[in-house]
Design a protein around this ligand. Structure first.
Ligand code: HEC
Length: 124
């Protein structure tokens, strides 16, 4: 009788330790800052006219307009033709980080550009 009771109390203690242990593990796990991915992380359709073009116009066109610094990023055709180079420039991988002088655009904008490429660089 006494040992049954002891066993029960011990099991309850183990259960509590287990539950708290799990919470603490997951709690700390989610605090760990992973390297943010700039790969495409969206399944929704990215729109050139309302997302990509404004991103370029706001951050790049001051230097990359027609007749200015190459590549010319003023049209859909030119942005599409230079898409991989542009994506690499946004994260500074292998080429100079853009916008020139930084800081890098935020990850959601870079991911959006990456998704636009994966979705076929549509002129939508
Ligand atoms: C302040 C001016 C300026 C802005 C703003 C700017 N760039 Fe550039 N960009 C340059 C210059 C200058 C070069 C060429 C010199 C170099 O490679 O360092 C260049 C080069 C590039 C290249 C070619 C890299 C290569 O190695 O061939 C790409 C692609 C590019 N920029 C994309 C962008 C994008 C995308 C943006 C906006 C997010 C942007 N740039 C914003 C000035 C700018």
């Amino acid at each position: 009788m006494r040992s049954d009771h002891y066993l029960f109390v011990n099991m309850k203690k183990n259960a509590i330790v287990f539950v708290f242990g799990t919470i603490i593990l997951f709690g700390f796990g989610s605090c760990k800052k992973d390297k943010v991915s700039t790969d495409c992380v969206s399944s929704t359709t990215i729109h050139f006219s309302t997302q990509i073009k404004p991103m370029i116009d706001n951050n790049c066109i001051s230097c990359h307009s027609a007749g200015a610094t190459s590549p010319d990023l003023s049209t859909h055709a030119n942005i599409a033709a230079n898409a991989t180079l542009v994506l690499n420039s946004l994260s500074g991988s292998g080429v100079q980080l853009m916008p020139l002088g930084g800081p890098a655009l935020n990850d959601s904008l870079i991911s959006q550009f990456s998704c636009w490429i994966s979705q076929g660089k549509q002129n939508n």
